[in-house]
Design a protein around this ligand. Structure first.
Ligand code: MEV
Length: 328
């Protein structure tokens, strides 16, 4: 067999991050133009699984056991397929900035599972791929809600609410979450501008910090989560009704609540304010916070102005995204 190639998108959380870890709903969108890639080909007979991460200029071999996430995920995927580890060359690359809130880890893992399973002649459902990636993320990041692997594997806008987390030792498919595809009307797409602060923050750091504070005074945080739940539900309705001014105001409110949760940073606040001043309908931090990215909702003709304002305010990179179907 020749080379099998696959890819997976980045993601952006529109609203509800962090609260989603505690069972509240959140909305996330895939970013189809920004992707991670995996290719798989057979290696020499009797050889190991050889990984090549081109962005990291790293190569490593995996035999019958692995001590790093991608090797473990490859072995878990082979086990799920009922196959023994075999000699393969797996090449990974990504255009997604790491530790920036754009789901780079979930996208690389999803591209890997997609390429590996296709190479083995099997087609897994998004649910199965998402569950395999979730188990791997859970092992390395503690308590992920599952929203990242879900939006990346389903590759569609989703309204997501975690229910029971998977239990260790059970099938990955035993995880259950309420995943509602959230179609965005094509005639009123969401136009987003994403600004990267350039400050890399591993997701588990703010997540663990919030958990520690939550355990000290749960009542305080439950009130904020209650407000976030209400705004996420309204945001879903506003997307459905094409009411983008209302949606923008909800994003602003979500940013304020994330500030209250001590998840913003001076860099994020500066970019959020700059986007609003440049005419964004609303703006907020997105993902884990303390750094990483922010997202602004803009009018169809507002992207360039907001993108320029973000660069002038210190963003190291901006990305334009839209839910509009690609032009033919
Ligand atoms: C990270 O992309 C989103 C968080 O809500 C963490 C999670 O949902 O696992 C911060």
């Amino acid at each position: 067999m020749g080379i099998t190639e696959a890819s997976a998108p980045a993601k952006v959380i529109l609203c509800g991050e962090h609260a989603v870890v505690y069972g509240c709903p959140a909305i996330a969108l895939p970013l189809g133009n920004l992707r991670a890639y995996a290719s798989v080909r057979d290696g020499p007979p009797g050889g190991p699984m050889r990984f090549r991460a081109t962005n990291l200029h790293r190569e490593w071999d995996v035999g019958s056991s692995a001590t790093e996430p991608l090797g473990e995920l490859a072995l878990a995927t082979m086990r799920y397929l009922g196959r023994d580890p075999t000699s393969l060359v797996i090449t990974l690359s990504s255009d997604i900035p790491i530790a920036s809130g754009m789901g780079s880890g979930a996208a690389i893992a999803t591209a890997l599972v997609r390429a590996l399973t296709t190479h083995m002649g099997r087609a897994l459902s998004p649910q199965e791929i998402s569950a395999l990636v979730y188990t791997s993320e859970q092992r390395y990041h503690g308590t992920p809600s599952g929203i990242d692997n879900t939006v990346v594997a389903y590759e569609t806008p989703i309204y997501f609410q975690r229910s029971t987390p998977p239990r260790p030792g059970t099938s990955p498919l035993s995880s259950s979450a309420n995943i509602i595809p959230l179609p965005v009307p094509d005639d009123e797409p969401l136009n987003l501008v994403i600004g990267d602060t350039g400050k890399h923050v591993p997701t588990h750091e703010p997540v663990n910090d919030l958990r520690r504070r939550y355990q000290e005074s749960p009542q305080l945080y439950d009130i904020i989560f209650h407000y976030i739940t209400a705004l996420v539900k309204e945001a879903g309705d506003n997307i459905h009704c094409r009411y983008h001014e209302g949606l923008g105001a909800l994003l602003d409110r979500n940013h304020y609540l994330l500030q209250e949760l001590h998840l913003s940073s001076p860099e994020l606040d500066t970019l959020v304010l700059a986007a609003r001043k440049a005419g964004a309908l609303g703006a907020k931090l997105s993902g884990a916070g303390w750094g990483g990215i922010m997202v602004a909702l803009v009018r169809a003709d507002g992207s360039d102005r907001v993108a320029k304002a973000l660069l002038d305010a210190g963003a190291v990179q901006v990305y334009l995204a839209s839910t509009a179907p690609p032009a033919r």
